[in-house]
Ligand binder design. Sequence first.
Ligand code: GAP
Length: 518
Amino acid sequence: MANQEDNLFKNVIAHAKEYGFIFPSSEIYDGLSAVYDYGQNGAELKNNIKEYWWKFMTMLHENIVGIDAAIFMHPTTWKASGHVDAFNDPLIDNKDSKKRYRADTLIEDGIARLEEKIEKEVEKAAKRFGESFDRQMFVTTNPRVLEYQKKVDAFNERLKLAMEKSDLDELRQLIMDLEIADPVSGSRNWTDVRQFNLMFSTEMGSLAEDANKIYLRPETAQGIFVNFLNVQKTGRMKIPFGIAQIGKAFRNEIIARQFIFRMREFEQMEMQFFVKPGEEMQWYEFWKEKRMKWHKALGLGDANYRFHDHLNLAHYANAACDIQFNFPMGFKELEGIHSRTDFDLKNHEKYSGKKMQYFDPETNQSYIPYVVETSIGLDRMFLAVLASAYKEEKVTRDGEDGGDRVVLKIPAPLAPNKVAVLPLVKKDGLPEKAQMIMTNLKFDLRCYYEDKDTIGRRYRRQDAIGTPFCITIDHQTLQDDTVTVRDRDTLQQERIPVNALKARLTEACSINSILRKI
Ligand code: GAP
């Protein structure tokens, strides 16, 4: 990570703690690695993101319904889903630094460094040739670039095969061939590669016998698959239809760094869309487009998103891509869109002995549907919103007390508080008038009342938690029933009648205002 981005990330993390968004879990005991608690402002922001997703899925799509399945499931679920046998990360340790890494991630980084060499050649040539430079021509004819590209393709192919076959010796050999050194110690003294299952397990009941071993779900999707027929029959759903769910998932992540990007306990928002076999690719494209629109409608910046196709497909998929977001540490996966075939339902039928088939009343035929899944990490979405909202700025506007400010430019409908109600002074009946205004607004908008300190200081505190509007009640309010409304982003102040406040602010702060853009 470049230094500037590194600093930005550190500042975002410190700000999130200082202003009640995210705390390390059980901090008084020095925290628990890769586990976090959401504070008073974080919980509100998180709930608003959930609402944006849930409403989009279940209210804007007549053929999608939501469920809330249990975290604990019958242990055979995870045999059938393939997680007991295949939900592994290949690990390697460096003998000198004692640091542990995911072998496939080290290899991907090594290949990315080769690709950077191609980019450097391109940049050099572009400088040399100036305006007449033809990138396409250069990368398809320059011998050095072609040599690098050949190596990149060969390494990618070997990685793909090694991952498919779980060939741990070949993964180690790739690390050797790519001459990968430990990023910490610079040493190439590596152990063998081992498989490590990512599921947490515990015991159900009082006896710690193997038969009672159960898992904390590593994805919410299986709760949807096992309920597929319950929902289809009781909801009289016709294919194509979807089931949505928001809930906790748990993974014993090896490399648990990068704040809430990779956690051991996290939340997913997943939707399984059940389709006729053979139609899955068309729905896969449909959901890719829909999900990208959902993201872009928030206004965090279109250039911050890109698709990334998976080269190494998971054991259940016949096509898969990520929507990547430009996080402070670069473009990384925010959401996965997967064509999961009939893998899960077929296996649940096999392991449970119960039919998992849909009866099509139009053709009088039964079949196991194919599934297209959209799966987004709620915490990653939170990080995307928080990091892109965080701005350090100079205040230049008259009427504000100048200097620097840290402001969270969170989209208004997602902001923890929508309105701060601020009597200019704590006397002359202004607090009482402010309370009356607040009583009128608080059923529709989350309000925050504050009467301590100068108005400038109060504005700064509201900026720091991302409150989009500050209402100031002054002496003029008592005469003409108007207040000033200050806009967090433009710093514009406008005088408006008290009786116009509700209509004006609820529209600007409503989730529906974003949903209508999709
Ligand atoms: N049901 C499919 C599934 O779970 P995944 O790509 O493993 O697919 C989906 O996970 C999403 O869940 C990811 O795109 C990411 O946003 C989120 N996610 C996965 N592991 C995570 C972790 N350890 N911490 C936070 N979010 C995670």
